[in-house]
Design a protein around this ligand. Sequence first.
Ligand code: NG1
Ligand code: MG
Length: 515
Amino acid sequence: MEVPKATTLKDIYPEDAIPVQTKRWEKLLTTFKETYGKQADFVSRSPGRVNIIGEHIDYSLYEVLPMAITADFIMAVAVRPTNETPRVRIANLNSNKFPSREFEIPTEGEIQVDASEHEWSNYLRSAIKGVSQLLEKKRGKGHFVSVGMDIVCDGTVPSGGGLSSSAAFTCASSLAVLKANGEDKVDKTELCELAIVSERSVGVNSGGMDQAASVFSLRGTALYVRFKPSLDYTTIEFPHTDPELTFVTAQSFVAADKHVTAPECYNLRVVECTLAAVFLAKIFNLKKELPKDSSPLQASLRGFHDAYFEEKEGVADNTQTSVEEFETQLHKLVQLAQDYLPQEEGYTRAEIGGLVGMSEDELNERFMSKFPVRAERFKLRQRALHVFTEALRVIKFRQLLSSPPADGAELLKSLGDLMNETQTSCREVYDCSCPELDELCDLARAAGACGSRLTGAGWGGCSVHLVPKDKVDAVKTSWEENYYRKKFPDMTTEKLAEAVVVSKPGSGSVIFNVV
Ligand code: NG1
Ligand code: MG
């Protein structure tokens, strides 16, 4: 499926957002003209997302259920003359936080992205790098990004806020670079895969959920994203209920700066899950998921899952298994993790190396060299248990949406219970919550929310709540009085308004031709 082309803002935003967006886009385009003395050729746009359920399981290749939000990243672009060395000028409407940059695109060799430096334009650089690799693959050796660009951009997804400002930026950038380099028809899956790789060159070993939600989403529906056997998705309608089902997001305003905390938080979890997969594969001597040579191993818990049932239970191709059977399998895996990963206190490098037949050096080299991690012990048991139970919750959540019980209140309660269970697992088993997120969830539930949990990576950032429409005001008031006003007494009304958003499922990436 091709990335759509919009001709009016109505193609992109819901009715009630049009007045604000019209002003914002006008400002983007006039700033462009003032800055560069010419008109922009096109605008590329990609949204942030809220993950409804399926937390920290995308990189283990299990299905997740996010939706796009209205907040997004927009980039007005004009292609530069092709008879000069390609260069990029990029400015941001928020120039205090994101100062203008200018750089050349090397015509020999790759563009450098220094992941150790937290530099906002890195996302664009990594998109250029990714598109170059793709163009070489598609058009042959020596063909890469050769066209310079003048850009003015603007983002409304709060950064470090758990709503994936980074995916909005990488997806919009990748789309802009493709378009500027003559790729007029951009395939959605290609764009998504490109954006996933681009985000990794910025130093976070991310899964693919955010980029999938940003690229694929259609207004009014959530997405069910699959990673195996290959990246694809189904859109999911929310059933009409009485009381109406509403998702509300609330910022904790505890910044979750992944680039700083990744070695102890995000990247460490990715490594723990990979090591759990290799460890379990070794225990059951599964050929498919065991290290064969010295190349970095792409093991995943889902890979272990499929290999286990294929090699031990004679399933021909486990990616084709029915949902019912898949659920039964996951219950079995929960039991296996409990039985075969007994150490609550975690496993040392020596213990893991000893079992999988690798020296500590080799273990570090293979699993911890590309993205640095810091830890003495690796909590394989807890991480595997979270992943398998969370994968089960996603399946149940989806089933509830596709065959909802007749009673709306019962549906809300069942969906809410699953979200609450996710929060408990994130807090107690996966260790990715924080006291502020826990507090926002407790307050929301006490004021009438059916389900409350962190969304995104956690350790700060954002939370998501399933709230019956008639309880939204009570929940908002409780947060304002008991959380925001108490913790941040100097907070402006404007900032407070940004903190809590009733989220409607929005549309995905789009190209808007200006002329
Ligand atoms: P955030 O921190 O919201 O960008 C991250 C990952 C996702 C997923 C979630 C946890 C990146 C870019 N995104 O989201 O892929 O793993 O955490 O479910 O790292
Ligand atoms: Mg992010």
